[in-house]
Every structure is written in C-alpha cells, then in structure tokens.
Design a protein around this ligand. Structure first.
Ligand SMILES: Cc1cc2nc3c(=O)[nH]c(=O)nc-3n(C[C@H](O)[C@H](O)[C@H](O)COP(=O)(O)OP(=O)(O)OC[C@H]3O[C@@H](n4cnc5c(N)ncnc54)[C@H](O)[C@@H]3O)c2cc1C
Length: 443
C-alpha cells in the first residue's frame, strides 16, 4: 500500500471515531458506563478483529484512533496488559466463547489482567518454567511461583503459563490459561518495591489455585505457541520509534476502584489527565529528549558543548528509531519483513533510555543525587530545588535499568539476531529432544 493510501485510511478511521465521539462521549457517565460504550463500539481496541470487539485496523490506524480519542478530550480505552497482550492473544487462539467473555471484559475495562510468565528460575529461559498444572475433573490445580508480575496487585485475571506435561521436551509440555487472581489463600500477591520507589511488579505464589478447564486457551500443551503470540505483541509495543498507543488515565478492573468514578474526572479540557510522574516509564522516549532540552535551557547547561553533543546523540538515536519504524512499515507494505528489526528496535530503546539517564543526570548535576519516592514528596523536591523536572529526571534515570531487561534482555536480543539473522550456530544443548523432567533445573 502506498504512503498516501495508508494516510487516507488513517484519516478515514480518525474521521469515523471523531463522529462517533461527538455522538457518544459524555463526561458524566461513570468510567464503567463509558468503557462499556467504547469497548462494544469497537473503538477501544480497533486493532482486534471484528469478531473480537475490534475493527480489524492495522497498528498505525489503531494508534491514530487512540490519539484522536485523546485529542478529542474523551477518556481513552482501558490501558494495561489486558488490552495490550491478553486480548490479542485470546482473539488469536481462544474460542468464540472465550472471546465473548474474556475479551469483552477487557475492552470494557471490567477486568484487569497481568502476565504470569516469569519465574525465579525461568526468565530468559522461559520454557524452563516449573509451575505445574494438574487436571482434576473439570478443573486444573496450579502450584508454583511467578515473579516480576507487573500490575499483579490490581489484576482480576492472569495470563498463566504452566507445565502440564514434564515428560516431553520443555517447549511441548506447556499450557496457557486465564486464571482468576481473586483466590484467597491460593493466590498470594506480594508487591516488590523497585529502586524507583514504585511497586510496579509483584511475586505471586500459587498454592493449589484453581482454573476451570474452560479457561484453557489455545489447546493442551500448545502453550508455547500461544505465549509467543503474547510476547510478539509485547515486543511490538516496546521498540524505539514504536510509541505506545495513548493509555487511559483510569485503571481498569475491579481492584483499582476507578470504574464507579465519573469519566470526565479523568480528563481535562487540555486532554486526558496524566497520573503524576516520576516513574520515568517508557512512554517518554521522544518526550524525554524534549524535556531534557528544556531542562538544559532552564539551568544554562545548554551552553556546555559536551552536553549539546550528548543531547544530539540522544536526538540522533530517537531519529534512527523513527526511521527504522518507517523502514519496517515500508517493508511490510511490500510483504517483506526486515529480519531482526524488532530486536534491533528493542536494543535501540535500551540505548536511548541509558543515554537519557546519563545526559539527564549530567544536566541536573548534584541535584541528580536527590530523589523523592512519593508523588507529594516529588512536588516538594521540585519546589526546593527550584526545578520542575528534578523528580522526573531522577525517576527516568532510575527506571532506565528496566527496559534492557523486560520483554527479553539485551543479551537475548543479541542472541536472536546472531542465530536467526546472521545464521551463527546455536549453543549446543538437548532442549528440543530430552524430556523436561530430565533437564538440569535453574532453581
Ligand atoms: C520492569 C519489568 C517488568 C516485568 N514485567 C513482567 C511481567 O509482567 N510478567 C512476567 O512474566 N515477567 C515480567 N518481567 C520479567 C522479565 O521478562 C524477565 O526479567 C526477563 O525475561 C529476564 O529474566 P530474568 O530476570 O530471570 O533474568 P535471567 O534470565 O536470569 O538473566 C540474567 C542475566 O543473564 C543473561 N542471560 C540469560 N540467558 C542468557 C543467554 N542464553 N545468553 C546470554 N545471556 C543470557 C541475561 O541477559 C541477564 O543479563 C518484568 C521485568 C522487568 C524488569
């Protein structure tokens, strides 16, 4: 498809959603009522297929729609891992009945999801997971430990992968389930506080937790293929130049208690209200650069030639990310996927956040040693230092260690590029032939 044809398709979708918003946006609805309207209309997740509460739009059009909703000043779609990961996975591998229950609850914000993949001994080597699920009548009984579970403390449901057959090679004995997180005494969620001061992720202990057989997604022992759909969607949302779809500022699900609040209270006339910053999440790649330029102008560091050079390096990395994104788009349009490009984009994002961290701290100077962990303290810190960006820059610097790890570490991305793009030999092992039971275990 040509660029002009693609642009006009985006414009059509944007015009259509604007017209729909004129008719339907009402700030006096509760968040639950608004998300019900938005989700069932297909505009909450327009990238999903039409049988799964979407409109079958491509990624660029979907992002254009999310931006149009934000620009209109309406509350955006329920954010989080449900919409980003669980919904496209269930839409691809689930039955229509699973789509009609689980995906419906996601697009309408009724339920929040988390991703129960990593374990203490299974991160990069995810297929080495040891959490077990054993069939008991019409139920599965799950026992094991998960870790780094982002948003677990506000989740209603979890994307769970568990071992269902230890007697076959490790990739073949895994099954994918949707698990109810509200099981007192059986699902224990313990928040882990990061060095940013936030407790974004958790460790989750599963002790004979119950999953109905109806929640098995994509077939028994086919969980590796299903999990790869989740991971593919995760990576697509991560790389540099990718840009996240505008996330909602209200939290989906029953735990956060935003559903009964007034939808209009989450937006302002200038667009959706953002939660107070300081976490320095990945949303700010291009925004991070602009913020640092403002910061350097504000405190005179912009005159320092080495700071200017570092800022230019950051700008260049951002631009390269943007161009790589265009390249991927152009390749896709002619049916040619550029091998390894998603992995290169992910690596490039790691480089950008490290550069942001380093130049940000250089611009702040000694103030960079101060960090406030709570939003109210962040305001005090900004006031005390006379600099409105102090807490944001230190938050960004502390968070910079995370992107090179999540969604597959930098080293793992390099392995993939080496083996699948450059054709280097794989490390010798018997993973594909030996039964999981007979393999050496990490923990
Ligand atoms: C902010 C954040 C959020 C996360 N959210 C979630 C979540 O919601 N759900 C979830 O399931 N997980 C989540 N994770 C976990 C994440 O996917 C894992 O941390 C990641 O896959 C790495 O696994 P690990 O921590 O076990 O490290 P390990 O796999 O133990 O790796 C340790 C080190 O060894 C290196 N290494 C490992 N294997 C190789 C190899 N073959 N070759 C070369 N080097 C290697 C790694 O690169 C790393 O440097 C999150 C992580 C972070 C940081």
């Amino acid at each position: 498809m040509t660029d002009t044809a693609e642009r006009s398709q985006s414009t059509d979708a944007v015009d259509e959603v604007r017209a729909w918003l004129e008719e339907n946006w009402d700030p006096d609805l509760t968040v639950a009522e608004w998300w019900e309207r938005l989700g069932l209309s297909g505009w909450a997740a327009p990238g999903l297929p039409t049988n799964a509460y979407g409109k079958g739009l491509n990624r660029n059009d979907s992002v254009a729609v999310q931006n149009a909703i934000a620009e209109f000043g309406a509350l955006g779609a329920p954010g989080g891992l449900g919409l980003l990961l669980a919904a496209p996975t269930i839409a691809t591998h689930g039955t229509q009945e699973q789509i009609d229950t689980m995906v419906r609850d996601i697009v309408t914000g009724q339920k929040a999801w988390c991703q129960l993949f990593s374990e203490p001994g299974a991160g990069s080597d995810l297929a080495g997971l040891q959490c077990r699920a054993v069939k008991d009548g019409e139920e599965w009984i799950v026992t094991g430990q998960k870790v780094w579970t982002s948003g677990g403390q506000v989740a209603d449901m979890g994307m769970l992968i568990a071992r269902t057959d230890p007697d076959v090679p490790k990739h073949q004995g895994i099954t994918y389930f949707g698990i109810d997180m509200h099981q007192a005494g059986k699902v224990d969620i313990r928040p882990l506080v990061e060095m940013t001061g936030h407790a974004m992720f958790n460790e989750v202990f599963l002790e004979e937790a119950v999953v109905p057989d109806a929640n098995l997604i994509g077939g028994l022992n086919n969980g590796w293929a299903v999990a790869n759909t989740t991971l593919m969607n995760e990576r697509a949302g991560l790389g540099s130049g990718g840009g996240h779809a505008a996330a909602s500022s209200a939290t989906p699900g029953t735990v956060a208690k935003d559903l009964e609040r007034r939808a209009g209270d989450f937006v302002s006339s200038a667009g959706p209200r953002r939660r107070s910053g300081g976490g320095g999440g990945p949303a700010g790649l291009a925004g991070g650069y602009k913020l640092l330029v403002e910061l350097a102008k504000g405190n005179g560091k912009i005159e320092d030639p080495s700071i200017r050079q570092d800022l230019m390096k950051l700008h260049t990395l951002n631009e390269l990310g943007r161009f790589s994104n265009w390249r991927a788009k152009a390749g896709k349009a002619i049916g040619h996927e550029v091998p390894g490009l998603p992995n290169i984009s992910k690596l490039s994002m790691s480089e950008i956040v490290r550069q942001q961290r380093d130049v940000g701290l250089r611009i702040l100077g000694p103030l960079g040693t101060l960090h406030a962990y709570k939003p109210e303290d962040q305001e005090t810190l900004n006031e005390a230092t006379g600099n409105p960006f102090t807490a944001m820059v230190t938050g960004m610097a502390l968070f910079a260690q995370a992107p090179p790890i999540y969604g597959g570490t930098d080293q793992v991305q390099r392995n993939i590029i080496g083996e699948r793009v450059l054709g280097l030999p794989k490390e010798a092992n018997n993973d594909k032939t030996a039964a999981f039971r007979d393999l050496p275990k990490n923990a």
